[in-house]
Design a protein around this ligand. Structure first.
Ligand SMILES: *Cc1c(COP(=O)(O)O)cnc(C)c1O
Length: 227
């Protein structure tokens, strides 16, 4: 059986290999270990192997792990869909939220982020594949939302996030990631200071890195199939 630290090393090697292949510095591509459904003990093992950033999709589950692992000083990213009645605990406990797609949610997070903590880092989730069922703001609505979120106190707009429709074809995978990068470049040309493209999962991290991902969100390739 492959151990968690060995699978973490294999993913880091995949990231570094892809970065070099596309002429990028491997240090510019961060790894978010997506730990939803996995117990705190598994995160503890990865933390001991050097992994600092963990992504959670469910508020209660994430809060329980944050509490249990508090002494480790890890970075916690909320990546799931966020309902208005759950924003307070996210604002109080997480370091990042990747899934902002409504101004109303961002406003609540801004009001509820404790002044004693650093600003909450946030990304806008963009519906790059234009699937009606998926979360995320449509590309056309991104500029207005980005400028509105950037003006809110206690939040720091870091960039864009997307979950494209899955494809096994590498060139098809690259299309939506390219779209997200171009959208980010447009916002930067408009004066927003962004440093994050949160894109790429276990099956498409190479395509995402080719198109400029700065943070890949990896679950299955580290932990195995979710239970
Ligand atoms: C679960 C999840 C991931 C991880 O996906 P894998 O295919 O298991 O690597 C990444 N991003 C989001 C938003 C997720 O919900």
């Amino acid at each position: 059986m492959t151990t968690l630290p060995a699978k973490l090393q294999a993913v880091l090697a995949r990231i570094a290999g892809a970065a070099r292949r596309y002429g990028r510095d491997p240090a510019d591509v961060g790894l978010l270990a997506v730990s939803k459904t996995w117990p705190a003990a598994a995160l503890r093992e990865l933390a001991a192997a050097g992994q600092r950033a963990f992504g959670e999709s469910y508020v209660q589950e994430g809060l329980a792990k944050i509490t249990e692992l508090r002494v480790l000083g890890l970075d916690w990213h909320f990546i799931g869909s966020l309902q208005a009645n759950k924003t307070r605990s996210v604002a109080e406990a997480f370091d990042w939220v990747h899934s902002i797609d409504q101004l109303r949610i961002a406003q609540r997070l801004a009001e509820q982020r404790p002044a004693t903590l650093p600003p909450l880092s946030v990304c806008l989730q963009v519906n790059v594949s234009n699937e009606a069922s998926k979360g995320g703001v449509s590309p056309a609505a991104v500029p207005a939302l980005a400028h509105a979120v950037a003006r809110l106190p206690r939040l720091r707009l870091r960039g864009l996030m997307a979950i494209p429709a899955p494809s096994d074809d590498y060139m098809v995978q690259r299309g939506p990631f390219r779209g997200l990068r171009e959208l980010s470049e447009q916002l930067q040309a408009d004066g927003l200071l962004l440093d994050t493209l949160s894109m790429g999962m276990s099956h498409d991290l190479e395509a995402a890195i080719a198109e400029g991902a700065t943070l890949v969100r990896i679950g299955t390739a580290i932990f195995g199939e979710r239970r």
